[in-house]
Write a protein that binds this ligand. Sequence first.
Ligand code: FEO
Length: 392
Amino acid sequence: MKAKRIKEKVWWFGAVDWNRRLFDSLIPLPDGTGYNAYYIEGEAKNVLIDAVDPALLDYLIDHLNQVPKLDYLVCQHVEQDHAGGIPYVMERYPQAILLCSAKAKELLIDHLHISPERIRVVEDGEKVDLGGKSLQFVYTPWVHWPETMSTYLAEDKMVFTGDFLGSHMAQSDLYAGEDVAVVEAAKRYYAEIMMPFRSFVQKNLAKLGALDFDLICPSHGPVWDKPEIILNAYADWSSDRLDNLVVLPYISMHGSTEKMADYLTSALVQRGVQVEKFELSTTDIGKLAMSLIHAATIVIGAPTVHVGPHPNVFAITQLANMLRPKLKYAAIVGSYGWSTKVVEQLSALIPNLRVEVLDTVLCKGLPREATYTQLDALADKIKEKHRDIPKN
Ligand code: FEO
């Protein structure tokens, strides 16, 4: 797509990645994604904010054909989907200065081999005058790397936020408007990328809240022209709110663990507890991550392979640990053949989860009546633990 004018002398210079379906060889992208760069012309200086993923560099090159000379390139985040095009830009404009945070400088040298002589570190709150327009840099760390920062353009009431407040969403419209599909994509993105840094999200929201803006320009997905939509959503997602919800990821090899997962689901629902159940050989991990945003409890359905958990359960447990959801309770259920160490091995995978571990229900072979009685007791306990969670 061609460059798009956002305000007087401010353009979107990005690339829309309609076909990408996986990020970091891990995160599903059902809606594709986009890499937003922004170009601003002051009366004296001009600036490009971020580059794009190298795979779509041709789009940026096309945009830059209208820019004979560049004074500044701002790097808000060193991950390659935004910084991968920086070496090209720096080579194309040998006089350009790369502006970034102190931590970003080190990362740019290590990850992209940028010459330190071309880099100027900007401090938190520092302003750079472009003539008639000015940039103010706002350190917003850990959304989602330690070096991330935002850029405020006061004269046009715009804030450029890098990954923060973004969405993996390919679309032709520049603006999000009130499109619920974009909010859903942003929620998935929050769960997969921002959730581990919830306390930083809250601090950075407060920091940006002190600025006066009417457009939020992230590096992924559409521009938020109704900023309150994404700000309110982030405030909710990163809040301490818990839902009366059990997330139940499971897999089953011969049907026994599935019988247990089904029985427990039914028992919980009968007790007024909401359940989101995910079969791990087919599940979309983005959906699973979203379900963890407000869930109070996780119950892992783990069949034993030899003596340890099924490898898919290993992977999803490690992922849940990495995402650091605000879960309060956890339990393990599953079937084994002759002996098992699933509890010991899974427990070792979740040091980041500050959960109270509830009853484990394991059964040898097919579940019998005694197993179902134990599952009823577990459902009772979860209902009791969820008693004080307000209904939404
Ligand atoms: Fe969009 Fe953390 O890169």
